[in-house]
Design a protein around this ligand. Structure first.
Ligand code: ADP
Length: 427
């Protein structure tokens, strides 16, 4: 905070110093030159008048005239003889033919007047140049500017620094494990939008970690059942009196291991959607061919259930494997619970394809329609345990649709049964 304030103040201060020095130098270059020209004109005129006046005063009026000249001259006036060593030799030589004479030197300009062609020389000067650049003036100006810049810098830096501090605190809390830490900043500046990004990131992190935690708990819970059963079968295997019973127990264990294997396989599919790895490779899949292929693969399970495919769209834009997987899970469920019929129907709708899987089974209660998409949710335990799978089927469907930017929900399936409605956007 302090550093930010010092930096801003120092920045403004340096910018002011540099710009004012540069500006004053520029002004000097232009104004100085003009001033000098004007001064020269005045000095030349004044000296001409002096020459005239002194010449006319003559020998007898000279003393009085020189007093007057001193009074209105802008520079010192000294009377010398032509032979005086203070008169430079080149001036002496030139004065005979040309008077008055102006000579520039380090301090300014000096004028020489030869009175009536005689021996008397009046030296007027030096006429000093206008004041040179003075650092003391700059220091004076800075003594006023510095405190003003300090206060302005503080006022500018303070709100920024305060918001950054809030953001820093939230980041620190998050780092230390407080997943609910957020930065309550809604200013319409860069810090505000940074805070928004930070909060969105924290939301996402919290959501991910919490879903991971739930999944871990659910997985542990799901694994426990087959493991307990394997344990039980092993116990029985040890006590089995003959080889026929031993064989039966071994088969039980094998089937439990098969279930464990299925669960692990489903888990792997499910977790693949946990990490979003860039945009999906979507393509156009032909309808109804793709739907028929999926339905045909499930022919063996409950072949007595009739499955109809109907719709008036020609394609769906989706990731091929994931689309087939989602449809397969929905149709498999529908077949599992249907009494006699399952319908897969689709239509184009608002920039995408709406595809529904409808069955005439027991349906899903209003209050369960949201939670069945969570991993390992079974709404009717006795019913689904014997017939169902690992409890990840709908969770996988939900994830597939989320990764496509689409949706899945359960609606009423008509008189009875359930209707799973999915939406697959074109882009
Ligand atoms: P499972 O592997 O147990 O079938 P799912 O995620 O596919 O897991 O389904 C979750 C639960 O949702 C099922 O156990 C079942 O209770 C219910 N369910 C899914 N599809 C249907 C359906 N078509 N009709 C009635 N209930 C269903």
């Amino acid at each position: 905070m302090k550093r930010l304030f010092i930096r801003i103040s120092l920045g403004i201060f340096l910018a002011l110093v540099v710009s004012s020095v540069a500006a004053s130098q520029l002004m000097r270059l232009t104004i100085d030159e003009q001033m000098h020209e004007r001064m020269r004109g005045r000095i030349f005129g004044e000296v001409d008048m002096m020459q005239d006046y002194l010449d006319r005063a003559g020998e007898e009026g000279f003393a009085e005239a020189i007093v007057r000249v001193r009074r209105f001259s802008m520079a010192p006036v000294i009377v010398r003889r032509l032979g005086d060593p203070e008169i430079p030799p080149d001036v002496r030589a030139e004065l005979r033919g040309h008077t008055p004479l102006h000579r520039p030197n380090d301090e300014g300009m000096t004028a020489y007047i030869l009175i009536n062609g005689g021996d008397k020389v009046v030296v007027i000067g030096p006429h000093r140049r206008p004041l040179p650049f003075d650092w003391r003036h700059l220091l004076l100006v800075l003594s006023v500017v510095l405190p003003v810049v300090g206060v302005a810098g503080y006022l500018l830096a303070y709100p920024f620094a305060k918001r950054l501090r809030t953001l820093e605190k939230a980041a620190q809390a998050l780092r230390e494990g407080d997943l609910s830490a957020r930065a309550p900043i809604d200013s319409p500046d860069a810090v505000g939008s940074l805070a928004q990004q930070f909060n969105a990131m924290a939301d996402k992190m919290q959501e991910l970690l919490e879903s991971q935690r739930h999944l871990m708990q659910a997985v542990a819970h799901e694994l426990r059942t087959p493991i307990a059963r394997i344990d039980f079968h092993l116990e029985m295997l040890r006590d089995a009196p003959d080889s026929a019973q031993r064989e039966a127990r071994a088969e039980d264990i094998e089937s439990e291991i098969g279930e464990l294997n299925d669960l692990v396989g489903e888990l792997l599919v499910y977790s693949r959607f946990d990490v979003e790895t860039g945009p999906l490779k979507k393509k156009s899949l032909p309808l109804p061919e793709t739907a028929h292929e999926v339905v045909d693969r499930l022919r063996a399970t409950r072949p007595e259930i009739e499955v109809l495919v109907r719709g008036d769209a020609e394609e769906v834009i989706a990731h091929e494997t994931y689309f087939r997987r989602a449809l397969q899970n929905l149709v498999a469920n529908a077949k599992r619970y249907a009494k006699s019929q399952v319908v897969v129907e689709y239509e184009r709708d608002d920039g995408g394809l709406r595809l529904s899987v409808v069955d005439d089974g027991p349906g899903i209660k209003e209050e369960d329609r949201q939670r069945i998409f969570e991993p390992f949710t079974r709404v009717d335990d006795s019913r689904s345990r014997e017939s169902g799978g690992a409890g990840l089927g709908l969770a996988i469907v939900a994830r597939i649709l989320k990764s496509h930017g689409g949706t899945v929900r359960v609606a009423d399936g008509g008189a009875t049964g359930s209707r799973f409605v999915t939406f697959w956007p074109d882009r």
